[in-house]
Design a protein around this ligand. Structure first.
Ligand SMILES: C[S@@+](CC[C@H](N)C(=O)[O-])C[C@H]1O[C@@H](n2cnc3c(N)ncnc32)[C@H](O)[C@@H]1O
Length: 249
């Protein structure tokens, strides 16, 4: 009789790991990678897929390029994990946040980006995962935002933040950041500006985890400030972009 082949869930496929001077970079699904990480972190600073760019099931399943890029703009490869409906997004967010909770030091910060549509779900998930929800910060994109004919410019994104128990840091940080993406800066379809990530990372202790690192912008900010960074990215393309970007820093 033929032996039954072991069937792996896609979660556990294709994990890679590169260790740089100040960064550990993992390729894989963060639900599988986070539990395997060594040591504890002072903060999670991350920008997960928002699963937000469509109001119907069909729209959500469209490519991320079709959902988030203006026609005629530069094309970057699509990214993963962006087609959940809101209920499953809540459930999934609580899962990965709870795994992060386990890996944080007491008082550790959770800083998670969101857009207007997923804002309530993201703060629910943060609390369901065990964090004390402490506020919502604002990224004002200034000129680099999509205009809305007959409505209001989509000019802001948000970061929901909380802590694992009482706060322990001694920094005072602003809660609103007006940062325009510099032309040519983006290495990811929805990459964040370095000038936005730098002040967030500065408020966040010495060892930082980003489970959705994309092109590695959080990591670049952390390494630039002499901090230690651990990043996870499921897409092979963007993982390699992050490795190339952080190597040598
Ligand atoms: C919004 S992007 C992050 C962009 C990043 N802030 C930057 O500046 O480049 C989210 C990233 O999470 C990745 N991703 C989606 N699901 C994931 C998962 N389960 N585990 C790890 N990475 C995942 C996507 O491929 C995407 O590159």
């Amino acid at each position: 009789m033929e032996a039954t082949k072991q069937q792996h869930h896609p979660l556990f496929n294709n994990q890679k790991h590169v260790r740089l001077a100040r960064a550990d970079l993992h390729q894989g699904d963060c639900l599988a990678v986070i539990p395997s990480l060594d040591g504890f972190f002072d903060a999670v600073v991350t920008d997960p897929p928002y699963s937000s760019g469509g109001q119907s099931k069909g729209n959500r399943a469209a490519s991320t390029g079709a959902k988030y890029l203006n026609t005629g703009s530069i094309q970057w490869p699509d990214f993963a994990g962006d087609s959940k409906d809101q209920r499953s997004y809540l459930h999934w967010s609580a899962l990965w946040m709870a795994l992060c909770y386990e890996k944080l030091n007491p008082g550790g910060l959770m800083v998670v980006f969101s857009d207007w549509r997923q804002l309530p779900v993201t703060s629910d998930a943060l609390q369901a995962a065990g964090f004390t929800w402490r506020g919502v910060g604002v990224w004002d994109k200034a000129g680099s935002a999509r205009p809305y004919k007959g409505g209001f410019k989509a000019q802001t994104e948000f970061f929901v933040w909380g802590s694992k128990g009482p706060l322990v840091g001694d920094t005072y940080s602003a809660g609103l950041f007006r940062v325009q993406q510099k032309p040519g800066e983006k290495l990811h379809q929805v990459g964040k500006p370095l000038d936005l990530m730098e002040p967030l990372v500065a408020a966040c202790g010495q060892r930082i985890l980003d489970p959705f690192m994309g092109s590695g912008t959080t990591g670049l900010a952390a390494i630039g400030q002499g901090k230690e960074f651990v990043g996870i990215e499921v897409s092979e393309h963007y993982y390699q972009v992050a490795v190339d970007r952080l190597r040598g820093n």
